[in-house]
Design a protein around this ligand. Structure first.
Ligand code: HEC
Ligand code: HEC
Length: 228
């Protein structure tokens, strides 16, 4: 979904044209079942993308947050960005810039609050897509199930129980599918109400930004052992 937009005159027009198919694509088809998977960009996220590219963030940080031109930080793996909520950390850095004698992170003092929030939402969205891709492709290693139990108690037990709504997972899914279900934002389940699904999806997406490769390995090891 990311693409590099050329700088210079006509940039606004190009950005506008780039928005069109997404605005059309975002229309909800009534009755169409939601299959789960990574979410499609919303209109607000597209506005965030416009802030990102019009301010040329992608020149130094890349269209998918993986670049680090001119000494820039790799935003896909930045703990600072991981600690951000609704732009509170990203906004402060971006508005003030980071002065540096060699290269520098420019300051953007004129961004409005809405622009900062939508920019931050877009950066989080790119991180979720990027980490999902990385973690799905990461080399799978045997995890420490005991460590997985502790991780689960701290991050999952508010919504899940291994002897409750996750019971039987290890019997029903092979390790690769189980991994995909841990990582993927959940599809609607007939037995769960829409509000709980929406909250679960948000939380699964937030977790995606926080998982290390090993976190996923230990979780899968624990679930394989505990949900038979
Ligand atoms: C000219 C290159 C350049 C541009 C354009 C740029 N940055 Fe940066 N950015 C940097 C550099 C260099 C750093 C690291 C500075 C340092 O640590 O000394 C940085 C750091 C950051 C950080 C802190 C990350 C961390 O882990 O410390 C954030 C967040 C960030 N940039 C976001 C943005 C956003 C959003 C935009 C667009 C509004 C943007 N940057 C535009 C070069 C750039
Ligand atoms: C805010 C609530 C919430 C949190 C926290 C949460 N989930 Fe979920 N999760 C859900 C919902 C809702 C579903 C979809 C409904 C269902 O399958 O029960 C789901 C689905 C799943 C599924 C797929 C279940 C299936 O039958 O296919 C797995 C696996 C899963 N979550 C693992 C985890 C793990 C591991 C954690 C912690 C690292 C976690 N979840 C944290 C709400 C949450």
């Amino acid at each position: 979904m990311s693409r590099v937009l050329p700088a210079g005159p006509g940039l606004a027009l190009v950005a506008l044209l780039a928005l069109l198919p997404v605005v059309i694509g975002a229309q909800v088809v009534p009755g169409k079942p939601d299959a789960g998977g990574m979410p499609a960009p919303t209109v607000a996220l597209e506005r965030g993308r416009a802030v990102y590219v019009l301010n040329t963030c992608h020149f130094c940080h890349g269209v998918d947050l993986t670049k680090a031109t001119m000494g820039a930080a790799v935003l896909l793996h930045s703990p600072l960005v991981g600690a951000d909520e609704n732009g509170n950390v990203i906004g402060a850095v971006v508005r003030a810039g980071i002065p540096n004698l060699q290269t520098s992170m420019p300051a953007y003092p004129d961004l409005t609050n809405q622009e900062v929030e939508e920019l931050a939402a877009y950066i989080h969205y790119l991180r979720q897509l990027g980490r999902h891709k990385e973690l799905m492709g990461a080399s799978v290693a045997a995890g420490d199930a005991a460590a997985g139990r502790t991780y689960f108690a701290a991050n999952c037990a508010s919504c899940h129980a291994v002897t409750g709504n996750l019971k039987g997972l290890a019997t029903n899914y092979d390790a690769a599918t189980l991994r995909a279900r841990v990582l993927g934002p959940p599809p609607p389940a007939a037995s769960v109400d829409a509000g709980a699904i929406a909250a679960g999806r948000r939380q699964h997406l937030t977790l995606l930004e926080k998982y290390s490769d090993d976190d996923v390995n230990i979780l899968v090891a624990y679930l394989q052992e505990a949900t038979k």
